[in-house]
Each structure stands twice: as C-alpha cells, then as structure tokens.
Design a protein. Structure first.
Length: 418
C-alpha cells in the first residue's frame, strides 16, 4: 500500500511539475509572439492621440439608445500633443444626418432609410454640406422614376438591426413613408442594443456607451464613446491647429488625461505572471490562450449578442410586427464594404452572420438585396469607395456607388412600380 501511495504521489507531483514547466514555457512563447496581449509589454510614453468634440453628438434615449440633436458639432483630432485638424459634424433640424431638400408632405414617393454609420456618414470637412448616400438616392430615384421623391435618413452610427427596428417602430408610424429601407453592413448583424449617454464623472465630461439604461451611467458599466470637452470649441481648435509644436494647453492636457484613463480601464490585459488563469489550459480547452482575458473583458463600445436568429428576440419580433402591420413595402439592402468588393464577395461573414441574414429574410418575408449584385464599379476604382486608407466608411464616390446600387436593386425588384 505504501509503495502504491508513494507511486501515486510521485506521479501526481511529476505531472504537476511538468505542467508548471509547460505553462511557464508557453507563457514565454506567448510573450514573444503576442507582446501586446500582456500589460506592460507595449507601454507608450508618448502623448496619446485624441478624437474630440466640444459636446456630445449623442443624447440618451430610453427606447432607441440615443438620439442626435439638430445642430452642428465641432471637433478635431490630435497626435503627439498637437491638434492635427478640425472638423464639423452637422445634423439637420430633424436631428438626422443628411440634407433636407424638397417637401416631404407633397412628394410622390416618400422613403425612409434606417441604417448604421455608413448611412449616417456625412462630409465632416471645414465646409460641411452634410451629404449622405440617401441624399444621392433621392436624386437617383427622382431621375429613374420621373416622380418627386423625398428620402428621410434615420441612419445612426454604431447601430445594428435590433436598434434599427426599435427606431423604425416609432418613426415609420410617425412619417408614414411609401417605402421603408433597412440598409446594413455585415458587422451590423451581431450588434446588440446599447445606450450612449453624456455625463460628468469626477468633474470630467464623458460620453459613455453602456448597456444599462439611465442618465447617470458608471464607468464600471460603460466605455468612453468619444472624448468631449466644452472648452474644445471651433475657435479653440483652429487656434491650436496653428501651433507648430506640442502644446501644453490645459484643455488639450485634460482630454489626453481622459484618453489615458479610458485606456487604462479598458485594456483588461493580464500580467505574464498572472496566477488567476492557465494560458495553456485555455488554449487546450477553448482554442485560444486568451479565453479568460476575453471572458473578463470590460464593457465595450460595440456590444454583441449571441443569437443565431432575430426571432429569438421578442422586442425585435414585436417591433417588426408593428412596422409590418402598416402595410408599407420594406426592402432589405446589404452594403458591401471595401474588403467584400475587393474579394468579389457578397458578404464576408461568420456562420452566425449567415444564420442571422437568413433569419432576417424569414422575419421580414423579403430577400436581402446585396449591393455587390447591383452596383457597378471598375476594379481599379473599388478603393475609391473608402473615405480614407484606414476608414472604410464611404467617400462621396462611395456614397454615389451605394445610392446607385440601392436604386438599381429597388427598380429591378419591383419596389418602384406605381
């Protein structure tokens, strides 16, 4: 018996020591291969870049998550302690993005478009016109139908299909259009509902993205949507932009401090010596050594749901039923982004994205119309649909591409028949 117990203890101890050695070796390998996944390995002592605005573009809304105000918000960006540029984010008097042209009440064809930031994207240059792709859609539909057309743009940045239906439930009943269009990108399928709320925490202005309702969210349950500071006015930005070197202006320093605070809270990165997890076991059991890191992640600006069908969400089902009972034709249009067009694909998505697209067609009772199938763009011009090399939101050319593709899809699928 003693021999057996000694053998058992020896084997257990050997296995434990072997695992500890394997874990230590694996951690060294991970630190070399993925240094940015660990705290302290990519410390940046330079001054942080800041994307800022003088006031929040978003206002808390208990039903839609947030709403826009009918004003132009000024803002800018900094790098290395210096303002690099100033921009302006205009909204129209209805609190929507885009232009108001013509008379909606007397239009022969009234259209309401719901979408995300690709639909809400406007010119944010120093002389903003506020043009969006639904503005071009209004022009194209007018040309192709010979009727007076008025398009309402209910695009909201960051929103997904769940949010779009929440908003449409009220707005379609209010405006009573002749056609409703839901336009979305692949990334929209899994976006969950959230709130964007301006608040003041410890004397510092914040605007937080959170999934908890209320006008006073806490930092523990939200992430910074953008950096806001009432001192970062148009005049301040233009004055700072003229400086030739790094600035010590107190407004800029306060905004940089907010960025550093947000980054410190949101990293969620472990130490290489963390004792609350096994990177090796995470890799064996879950396929990624950072499973525990991801599971412990703090609130994000882009909350995700795990459904494979929108029919699992009763609020979505009820909201869509309210829209459908109005008897207004509904079109579903998928906007192909640069990567999808470059690769010649309708949609680059996960199995969950495909399942959600199928459930969307089932829920609405109409097929998804993919702009990849209807838009025309020469291969060498595909890159021109992006706003910039690092921003896939539409440029003016991209807006025209989407508007043309959607107008063509509507016409070819009978949505424009009198």
């Amino acid at each position: 018996m003693r021999t057996f117990l000694f053998y058992l203890v020896s084997c257990t101890l050997s296995a434990f020591v072997g695992f500890v050695v394997a874990e230590g070796g694996y951690r060294i390998l991970l630190q070399n291969q993925h240094p940015k996944e660990f705290i302290g390995n990519n410390a940046d002592t330079s001054r942080p870049s800041v994307w800022f605005m003088e006031k929040s573009r978003w206002q808390y809304h208990p039903d839609y998550g947030y709403s826009y105000g009918p004003e132009t918000i000024s803002g800018g960006s900094t790098s290395g302690g210096k303002v690099q540029g100033c921009w302006y984010w205009p909204a129209n008097e209805r609190g929507n993005m885009g232009l108001i042209r013509g008379d909606y009440a007397s239009a022969e064809l009234k259209v309401a478009v719901f979408g995300d930031s690709f639909t809400a994207q406007v010119d944010t240059g120093p002389d903003p016109k506020g043009i969006t792709w639904p503005d071009y859609l209004q022009d194209y539909l007018t040309e192709r139908t010979g009727r007076t057309v008025n398009v309402l743009n209910f695009g909201r940045d960051g929103t997904g299909l769940l949010h779009m239906v929440d908003l449409a439930r009220d707005k379609v009943a209010e405006w009573k259009p002749d056609l409703v269009i839901f336009s979305f990108i692949t990334d929209d399928f899994t976006r969950d509902r959230f709130f964007r709320t301006p608040t003041v925490i410890d004397g510092r202005e914040r605007v937080l993205t959170t999934q908890e309702p209320g006008t006073s969210p806490s930092l523990d349950h939200g992430s910074d949507t953008a950096i806001v500071h009432s001192g970062a006015t148009k005049e301040w930005c233009e004055r700072e932009a003229k400086k030739t070197g790094p600035s010590q202006d107190p407004v800029l320093l306060e905004m940089e401090a907010t960025v550093l605070d947000a980054k410190a809270r949101m990293t969620g990165k472990p130490s290489i010596l963390a004792m609350d997890r096994s990177f090796l076991l995470d890799r064996i059991l879950h396929g990624t050594p950072f499973h525990t890191t991801y599971a412990n992640a703090l609130p994000t600006q882009n909350p995700r749901h795990r459904m494979n069908s929108y029919l699992e969400d009763q609020r979505f089902v009820d909201g869509l039923a309210e829209v459908k009972k109005l008897g207004i034709p509904i079109a579903l249009t998928h906007l192909a982004i640069f990567d999808e067009l470059r690769d010649g694909k309708r949609m680059r998505g996960t199995d969950q994205d495909v399942a959600l697209a199928n459930s969307l067609e089932k829920a609405f009772g109409v097929p998804v119309l993919y702009t990849k199938d209807y838009g025309k763009v020469a291969p060498e011009r595909i890159v021109a649909i992006k706003r910039s090399p690092n921003d896939t939101h539409p440029s003016v050319f991209g807006m025209q591409y989407y508007a043309d593709a959607v107008a063509t899809a509507l016409k070819e699928n009978g949505y424009l028949a009198r």
